[in-house]
Design a protein around this ligand. Structure first.
Ligand code: NDP
Length: 251
């Protein structure tokens, strides 16, 4: 899938929300979607990082994005409903969501997992995605009806399909994400909304460096290397594909 070649105007006129758009894979995805014609809604917790992505998109002459600064740790269902209303008013459509923001937490033996950290990781990686999906679904379904398709992409991990020692809450949260994807995909089977998950595999970002501090980052794929798959799943060429986990770097 990393050899997919996206046409330049793949996402023309589409509106796409990217969570965690200020850094790492999400930042690259936001820039790439904009470069392929999308109006990107940049959601993240650090305004300065989102503004830097905004400036880069503006300087390149791509469609102007929108910025939504929000900490997924504290946001409530009411915040997400308000957000959905704003998107409906401002754009009138939402063609795709890349749920990318994620928290690694502390890698530790199971017995040492702290309840407070469990709650934080589950909140950011799972509950916020559940609540945001629920709030956005009416607009996504309406967009799919009016324009032919829409795509929801969750971000998975190898440890979300096969548990691994010491990956604790993070791994468990990614299993939950996979479950959410499968339940929703099954429910939406007869609609034009496709729902999949994407496992990027080891990628050169801050999160990877904190999980593997001794690793040489030069041995890893960069976020840019993965973008063909991110484009494929967001664009109309993946119509009909739903309920699947896409692995960017199969062994
Ligand atoms: P980074 O840590 O580089 O980026 C994560 C992004 O999520 C950042 O923009 C961060 O914001 C944002 N974020 C974290 N917590 C919150 C929060 N509470 N509210 C809003 N935004 C938040 O990670 P990656 O780019 O590496 O990871 C992206 C996704 O890919 C994650 O879901 C991760 O689990 C998954 N993944 C990554 C792999 C890898 O090797 N890199 C491998 C497998 C899966 P800020 O910049 O402000 O901190």
């Amino acid at each position: 899938m990393l050899d997919y070649q996206a046409p330049r105007d793949l996402l023309k006129d589409r509106v796409i929300l990217v969570t965690g758009a200020g850094d790492g894979i999400g930042r690259e995805a936001a820039l790439t979607y904009a470069a392929h014609g999308a109006t990107v809604i940049l959601l993240g917790r650090t305004s300065a990082k989102l503004e830097a992505v905004y400036d880069q998109i503006e300087a390149a002459g791509y469609p102007l994005p929108a910025i939504v600064p929000v900490d997924l740790k504290g946001a409530t269902a009411a915040h997400y409903r308000g957000m959905a209303e704003t998107f409906a008013q401002q754009f009138g459509r939402l063609d795709g969501v890349l749920f990318n923001a994620g928290l690694l937490g502390t890698l530790s033996p199971f017995e040492h997992i702290q309840e407070k950290e469990w709650d934080e990781v589950m909140q950011v990686n799972v509950k916020s995605e559940f609540l945001l999906t629920q709030a956005l679904l009416p607009l996504i379904r309406q967009t799919a009806k009016e324009h032919g398709d829409a795509s929801i992409v969750y971000t998975s991990s190898s440890v979300g399909r096969k548990g691994r020692a010491y990956w604790g809450t993070y791994a468990i949260s990614k299993f939950a994400v996979e479950g959410m994807m499968e339940v929703l995909a099954d429910e939406l089977e007869n609609t034009q909304v496709r729902v999949n998950s994407l496992n990027p595999g080891g990628t050169r970002t801050r999160m990877r460096a904190s999980a593997f501090p001794a690793e040489d980052p030069q041995t890893l794929k960069t976020p840019a290397d993965l973008m063909p798959l991110y484009l494929y799943l967001m664009g109309p060429d993946s119509r009909g594909q739903t309920g699947q986990t896409f692995v960017a770097q199969p062994k």
